[in-house]
Design a binder for this molecule. Sequence first.
Ligand code: GH3
Ligand code: MG
Ligand code: MG
Ligand code: MG
Ligand code: MG
Length: 301
Amino acid sequence: MNILVVDDDRFIREIISAVIKDAKHNPITAANAEEALPILDQGGIDLVLTDVEMPGKNGFELTREIRNRFPDNWFPIIFLSGQSDEKHYEEGIDAGGDDYLTKPVSPIVLKAKILAMERIAKMKKDLDSANARLEKLSSQDPLTKISNRRDLEHNLLKEWQRSKRDQTELAAIMLDIDYFKPYNDNYGHQQGDDCLKVVAKTLKKCLNRSHDLVARYGGEEFAIILPDANLSGAETVALQILDALKEANLKHEFSTVADRVTVSMGISSTRFAAETPNALIKQADEALYQAKENGRNRFEL
Ligand code: GH3
Ligand code: MG
Ligand code: MG
Ligand code: MG
Ligand code: MG
């Protein structure tokens, strides 16, 4: 672990650093809060041992500042204080510290406390990475690995609110594979799955901006949201999709519109469906229905 030692007394910094090295950890020292904060800003500190009485910010103030500044990055903080008063103990834990030792501290006790904090910090890290994995899984479609409907709805709401706030236009495309039932019925479900994967990958390739999002909406339907885009921006994307699928040239002998896999799309934007995020999707869905009616392998507004 990288352990930051904050103390205005150089002699104490040296003694504590020696104990830390003896416990096979890496000490980094700061003489006060003002020196400590830039080191913490750089990241990579796993534990802080801080004095309480120091010129400038004291250890409790430093701790409050750390907890405020890094709300999503918890690491343990232990006070090493000259004050054995119970009130200080209470104040330190209240400020966001995790333990309170009094000086002079026994090297054996300090090493034991470091070990205990290391275990807690490891549990926290494991929990965070498990949560991040779960978060990813719960927003991903297992077959195509692109966003699922849940993630789409989450992002649509966010982008919707952003477009209201910034007064920008937000466009949506609903997309459905043409004659996919005959594709499945003739080529089999496995090849149907492979087709869905290629279509998803192709759609992703057609999106250029980091906030654009494509999701599997369900079955052989996909939804795309294009923040800060109007109908003509969405039309450009739709044309790119028709082109890219032509390029991909996935054979489909049982389609009556082409000898390859094609899609139909409906486009809407907040300029014309401004009431709710659902209204935006509904309007794109109605345009998609029109595209099907008008012969497929096309988009409608
Ligand atoms: P249209 O051109 O009007 O869209 O006709 P379609 O045949 O594409 O539409 P329909 O809704 O009748 O059929 C959709 C098919 O999509 C039926 C279903 O078997 C298939 N499908 C849905 N989800 C999956 C999937 O995860 N994997 C596979 N292989 N097929 C799927
Ligand atoms: Mg001091
Ligand atoms: Mg469908
Ligand atoms: Mg259908
Ligand atoms: Mg279909």
